[in-house]
Design a protein around this ligand. Structure first.
Ligand code: ADP
Length: 193
């Protein structure tokens, strides 16, 4: 099994690149943002609770997200590997993920961190907001999401750096250029499927 975390701030291109990586390497894509939006759309109890945080640009509580990830991993026991997108977003989530994977006798192999300058992030997110229908892609909520990123999520990069697993990748080029840079790292572990 090969497990990858695609890391980076809101708007850094994690969702887009996850799809490219999934298609090329046949990994199972797990996006906590997508899973949460699905729960919100179906108005499940979890979704109703999560929406309160998401609409304010705040992180959903760790225990909610960790439980969701755990059952998602169990759904595809024979996966070639997982690509985690938008997770872990706190140090507690990173520690929980390590435990879940250890239980499956596997681990995170590499964390690819997409590096994009902040003004470019805001431009991208506002652009997406015009068409996505996402309630959190407006100027006020974007500012809060970036603030949450700096205070709670950025330390996750340090966590993996300490294990020698963090690779920084330039993420401000176009979609194909960025994918090529990511693929260079993945190719060290795995051949395209
Ligand atoms: P983006 O990366 O563009 O901010 P996501 O789709 O990954 O968007 O997440 C949207 C929202 O969903 C976040 O602002 C947060 O409220 C919630 N969320 C997603 N993933 C997590 C997570 N791992 N932990 C806590 N909250 C999360």
């Amino acid at each position: 099994m090969f497990n990858l975390i695609l890391f980076g701030p809101p708007g850094s291109g994690k969702g887009t690149q996850s799809i490219n990586i999934t298609n090329t390497y046949n990994l199972q894509h797990i996006s906590t943002g997508d899973l949460l939006r699905d729960e919100v759309g179906r108005q499940t109890p979890l979704g109703v609770e999560a929406k309160k945080y998401m609409d304010q640009g705040l992180l959903v509580p760790d225990e909610v997200v960790i439980g969701m990830i755990s059952s998602k991993i169990d759904e595809t026991p024979n996966a070639r590997g997982f690509i985690f997108d938008g997770f872990p977003r706190t140090k507690a989530q990173a520690e929980a993920l390590d435990k879940l994977l250890e239980f499956k006798h596997t681990q995170i192999h590499v964390v690819l961190s997409l590096e994009v300058p902040e003004p470019e992030l805001v431009t991208r997110l506002l652009g997406r907001g015009a068409t996505s229908g996402r309630s959190d892609d407006n100027e006020e909520v974007i500012a809060k999401r970036i603030k949450e990123y700096h205070s709670k999520t950025e330390p996750v990069a340090g966590y993996y750096h300490n294990f020698g697993k963090l690779e920084r990748v330039k993420g401000d080029g176009n979609i194909e250029e960025t994918f090529k840079l990511l693929a260079k790292h993945i190719d060290k572990y795995l051949q395209p499927a």
